[in-house]
Design a binder for this molecule. Structure first.
Ligand code: SAM
Length: 265
């Protein structure tokens, strides 16, 4: 369970709100049960429930757990809005694998008609999916889910990343592995981010490498978009010879990056 840092005291934690409700009503927790709590940043502990009263759970810290299950690089997945509930799949699986941030966007061939009036509700749901997947994967951070961007907003974000790659199934796309290796190497020599297999905690104050992976919609990117992305400094990358569904492409790209960064075991 994720709890606010102030809910941790030296030897106790308080769990309230939805999480307490989930523990009491759904999990039917009792005094003496053990759960793992995290403040999503610095503290994680195995706690023993002592009381469940008035919608609040009080638990005693039994053991502080060593942490940091976060990847040494931040992978931001920009996903062109897919059909149906595939965005949920991308967020859920991407969170388990280790994405740091999700950026839904609309592009020329995006099929989904985005209803701006429902955006708040959708974002809440996506953020909730990220939270639950982060809990299940025992992550220390809940990935952010951004509001839907247009192309211009996406390119602005690309400029803020250390490297931005757009997945392009056309022949002139570069091999993803080569780009990942060169970005990791560059950051290692600059003392930023981490080399594969190196200390994963990162020195305090050290910025993580931010890698933006942009995935197109069911119908792919138009040539115009590919040209605009290149102009904005993004590089076209290939995920192999086979054409993947948009949601598969996001997962494969993310996994390849984290594999090269030494994060997949
Ligand atoms: N335009 C294609 C078509 O209709 O034949 C397919 C688009 S594909 C289903 C959806 C998105 O997944 C693409 O825009 C691209 O970002 C990504 N993608 C799928 N396979 C890929 C591959 N082999 N290399 C790079 N990107 C890929």
């Amino acid at each position: 369970y994720f709890i606010q840092p102030e809910q941790f005291s030296a030897d106790h934690v308080k769990i309230s709100g939805d999480d307490a409700h989930h523990l009491i009503r759904v999990m039917r927790a009792k005094a003496g049960d053990r759960v793992i709590v995290s403040d999503g940043a610095l503290q994680e502990a195995l706690v023993v429930i002592r009381t469940l009263e008035g919608g609040e759970v009080d638990a005693e810290i039994e053991e502080r757990l060593p942490m940091d299950r976060e990847p040494s690089v931040d992978v931001w997945i920009a996903q062109s809005l897919p059909k149906g509930d595939k965005m949920e799949l991308v967020i859920q699986k991407g969170t388990e694998i280790g994405a740091a941030r999700f950026i839904p966007f609309s592009s020329e061939r995006t099929v989904v008609q985005w209803d701006a009036k429902k955006e708040g509700k959708r974002l809440d749901r996506w953020q909730k999916i990220a939270k639950e997947a982060a809990e299940q994967a025992h992550r220390n951070r809940i990935p952010a889910v951004d509001a839907v961007r247009n192309w211009k907003g996406l390119m602005e974000l690309a400029a803020a990343a250390d490297a931005a790659w757009f997945c392009y199934e056309k022949q002139d796309a570069q091999e993803l592995r080569a780009l990942i290796r060169s970005a990791l190497l560059k950051s290692a020599t600059a003392g930023q981010g981490l080399e594969a297999g190196a200390d994963k905690s990162g020195a305090p104050g050290q910025e993580r490498l931010k890698l933006l992976l942009i995935v197109g919609p069911e119908g792919g990117f138009t040539e115009r978009e590919a040209a605009l992305a290149e102009e904005a400094g993004c590089r076209a990358v290939s995920l192999g010879k086979r054409i993947l569904r948009t949601e598969t492409a996001a997962m494969v790209g993310l996994t390849c990056i984290l594999y090269e960064a030494g994060e997949m075991g």
